[in-house]
Design a protein around this ligand. Structure first.
Ligand SMILES: [Zn+2]
Length: 117
């Protein structure tokens, strides 16, 4: 593939990841949603996406694969599910931390000012 910036030949390779790779719009909270674009194939053994690299422009191009078979859809559903769990967990963790901080503030407020160090 020719680099669209400098027109030199790009190096063919792949981008590896422990999770399936998705492109997601900048302001999305969830990492995987209906509009996410999957870049790697669903597989239990490896998740990598075909990619071209230009060392001069420090650019990687990842073409979006065509395939959307039942196993891919299952993988996407699973990713959406775990993504939702992760978001819910992060929200709960943040809430708990805020509750803890509020309790500490409350305690400090109730304390006799002479007890404060
Ligand atoms: Zn280039």
């Amino acid at each position: 593939m020719e680099c669209p910036y400098c027109k030199k030949e790009m190096k063919h390779g792949r981008v590896d990841s422990r999770n399936i790779l998705y492109w997601t719009e900048k302001n999305k909270i969830e990492s995987v949603s209906e509009e996410s674009v999957r870049l790697s194939k669903w597989s239990l053994l490896s998740t990598s996406a075909d990619a071209w690299y230009c060392p001069d422009c420090r650019t990687v191009i990842v073409p979006v694969p065509e395939i959307e078979d039942p196993l891919d859809r299952l993988g996407r559903s699973w990713d959406e599910f775990t993504g939702r769990l992760r978001t819910a967990h992060e929200t709960r963790t943040a809430q708990r931390a805020e509750e803890k901080r509020e309790k500490r503030r409350e305690k400090r407020r109730k304390k006799d000012p002479w007890e404060m160090e």
